[in-house]
Design a protein around this ligand. Structure first.
Ligand code: MIC
Ligand code: SF4
Length: 659
């Protein structure tokens, strides 16, 4: 029987040695253990990942390639931020990691341009790592500790995925874009629709999409909750890699003609129109024309979703000869230094500036609330992937997600505008050759063939460790019984931005768990840290899709630091559930979702015989206020149950690597 791309990628990376009957694909639990070829980290998850990597006692990374990007918090408003960057640079030099300096661009965009290789696996400590699927990679997002373990050469496990084929028929109409394709997928599947799945794109429409366009689509698979998304590696991939001077990295990756899929979705590209996600969820999608005419305060073209050369060239072509409306601010952030250099040299940047665009550094910036906070109650149209409440830095702002075409057209008009109304004949071509200047990478002494500044030998490396870089706390394992206060009682779709918000100030504390924990749940309830400390032992209660969004393991480590030992939810987002386990927090599932309604904040829940419950996957929890019994389970594979017994993945890995 023929295989689809996902099966081929998994088969070529499957690790079977040492796997127990429950630990490998097809085992009792259906986990897949895969070898990781490449890793990436970014600054705000990287410091914690490398602190954990250091604790493993390995002297060099054991991957084919590991890259440490500084792209999220690059403003260096405070010393903590600058210290983090220095620490990351020294760590990279010591352990054989390529270092991408601040200003070099957003990890996902840069990785596509310079390092992604069809057929390889990539694990990244950022939820949008699946962007790499545009090149036919098996690219997955994870918490920092999982990436540290992969750098140590350990396999990574995912629940055996269902494969959802997305068949693209026909071609896009002018001014309709790849962003509209993925918004349509979100409209149909919702932010929970991809959980447990890998999306495999197929069909005649694939060949009409460039790699950056495919990257926009695979990038936002994260918003579906999908494990990842993947495109075939075809002629378009080959041309892209050749244009990047990396033709030798090309390898075809395709599905067999008789490949089977678990589910299928068909999208007629020719019938699509420009779409927009309304506040405050990426799946709240309607046609742009339905909200056209609404005044816009700000447009932002950037983020890892839409900041490629193509996006900027297209925006500039729409803006040329026009000016941004008087009450609208247009902000543009090129996705990489390569993009910035190219638009600088070919005049596109001048067109943008002439039209009134404000140009930012190549970094995440406004996407994660670092700068350009909208006005109070402001309407902001962004090419980002997430529009969660408050993420822009202004709680009352209304953020809409759109394509670069829609953002540019709306910036001129000052109101939400369907880009088809500004002209259907505008189009731009992909460059024959990209500008390759790798001088803002620092390659480690003994790795990397490209001539670039280096630090000398790994042995000479001295690690600069600023005062904000706090030692890792040691967490003890869960006992056999637990009386825990319900510290938060929440509904559905709670995001990691609710659990531990981003923004420049809080992100500067990512290397300091005690300090950052003071902001835990600050979006929902600023009294959380004080209440948690007073209760000493806590439990969190939530509805569906708890922990969707970011890969930040701080959203698990901070609650753990404040005494949270278990979470009881209707369902979880994949990365966050793994992060909870890694932190030694027990992620329980309600047997009966309606029991959620009978729990109130501050209730005291009693869990007994936890160790037996972990083995039997069955818990009876007593609500001491009402006397009611709540039945729960964990559905964790044996490997993860062992991690809970050991008090988290770091304790377990230390033991495994030193035994
Ligand atoms: C995000 O888009 O939310 C982030 C910031 O890139 C996060 C990582 C982080 O919190 O550092 C993500 O998506 O994983
Ligand atoms: Fe950066 Fe935004 Fe992409 Fe996250 S989603 S990696 S913050 S650009």
């Amino acid at each position: 029987m023929g295989r689809n791309i996902v099966q081929k990628l998994i088969d070529s990376h499957r690790v079977t040695e040492g796997a127990t009957a429950t630990g490998d694909v097809g085992g009792v639990t259906g986990e897949v253990r895969i070898k990781i070829d490449q890793t990436l980290t970014q600054d705000t998850t990287g410091t914690m990942a490398y602190l954990q990597f250091e604790a493993l006692g390995i002297d060099r990374v054991r991957t084919e390639l590991s890259v440490s990007y500084v792209d999220h918090n690059t403003l260096q408003v405070t010393f903590e931020n600058a210290d983090d960057h220095a620490f990351l640079q020294d760590i990279a030099s010591k352990y054989g990691i390529v270092f991408s300096r601040p200003g070099n661009g957003i990890c996902h965009q840069v990785h596509l341009e310079r390092f992604g290789v069809p057929g390889k696996s990539l694990l990244g400590s950022d939820s949008h790592t699946p962007t790499g699927g545009a090149l036919g990679m098996l690219a997955i997002g994870a918490g920092g500790l999982d990436v540290a373990l992969a750098m140590a050469g350990l396999p990574f496990s995912i629940p055996r995925p269902k494969v959802l084929k997305v068949e693209l028929k026909g071609r896009l109409q002018p001014m309709v874009s790849a962003k509209d394709i993925v918004l349509e997928v979100l409209r149909r599947l919702t932010v929970k629709g991809g959980v447990g799945k890998i999306l495999e794109y197929a069909g005649e429409g694939v060949a009409s999409l460039s790699i950056p366009q495919r990257g926009t689509i695979t990038n936002m698979g994260a918003e579906l909750g999908a494990t990842t998304s993947v495109f075939p590696s075809d002629e378009v991939t080959k041309r892209f890699l050749e244009a990047q001077g990396r033709g030798a990295d090309f390898m075809p990756v395709f599905a067999d003609p008789d490949a089977r899929y678990d589910e299928e979705l068909v999208i007629d590209l020719g019938a699509l129109e420009p779409l927009i996600a309304l506040p405050h969820m990426p799946d709240n999608v309607v046609p742009v024309r339905e909200v056209a005419g609404m005044p816009v305060d700000q447009c932002f073209i950037g983020s890892c979703t839409n900041s490629s050369y193509y996006d900027l060239a297209m925006s500039a072509a729409i803006l040329k000869g026009n000016h941004v409306a008087p009450k609208t601010s247009l902000v543009v952030s090129p996705g990489s230094r390569q993009v910035l250099l190219m638009v600088t040299k070919d005049g596109i940047l001048a067109d943008l500036v002439e039209s009134g665009a404000r140009i930012l550094e190549s970094a995440c910036g406004p996407c994660i609330g670092i700068g350009q906070a909208p006005t109070t109650n402001g309407v902001s149209l962004r090419t980002n992937n997430r529009n969660f409440e408050g993420r822009s830095g202004t709680k009352s702002a209304k953020v809409f997600l759109v394509s670069a075409e829609t953002a540019a057209a709306s910036a001129i008009a000052g109101v939400i505008t369907d880009p088809r109304t500004v002209g259907r004949s505008i189009s731009v071509a992909m460059p024959e050759r990209f500008l390759n200047d790798d001088s803002m990478f620092v390659f480690p002494a003994t790795a990397g063939a490209v001539a670039a500044p280096s630090f000398g030998t790994a042995a000479e490396a001295r690690i600069r460790r600023g005062p904000n870089i706090a030692p890792l706390p040691q967490f003890e394992a869960i006992g056999d019984s637990l009386r825990a206060q319900v510290l938060m009682r929440m509904g559905d779709n709670i995001t990691t931005d609710h659990i531990l918000p981003a923004g420049s100030r809080i992100m500067s504390l990512r290397s300091n768990l005690p300090a950052i924990s003071e902001y835990c749940f600050s979006v929902l309830d600023t009294s959380f840290p004080a209440r948690a400390r007073a209760a000493r032992t806590g439990i969190l209660v939530a509805g569906q899709n708890y922990g969707q969004g970011s890969s930040r393991e701080h959203a698990a480590l901070s609650p753990r630091f404040l005494g949270v030992r278990a979470v009881l939810a209707v369902s979880y987002a994949r990365i966050h559930r793994q992060n909870l386990v890694n932190a030694g927090i027990l992620p329980l599932l309600f047997d009966h979702a309606e029991d959620l309604g009978a729990i109130e904040q501050s209730d005291s829940l009693m869990l007994e015989h936890i160790h037996e419950g972990l083995r039997k996957d069955h818990f009876e929890i007593k609500n001491e206020r009402t006397g009611a019994r709540i039945v729960a389970h964990h559905s964790l594979p044996e490997r993860q149950v062992d991690l809970i017994f050991e008090g988290g993945a770091l304790n377990a890995a230390r033991r495994e690597l030193t035994s």
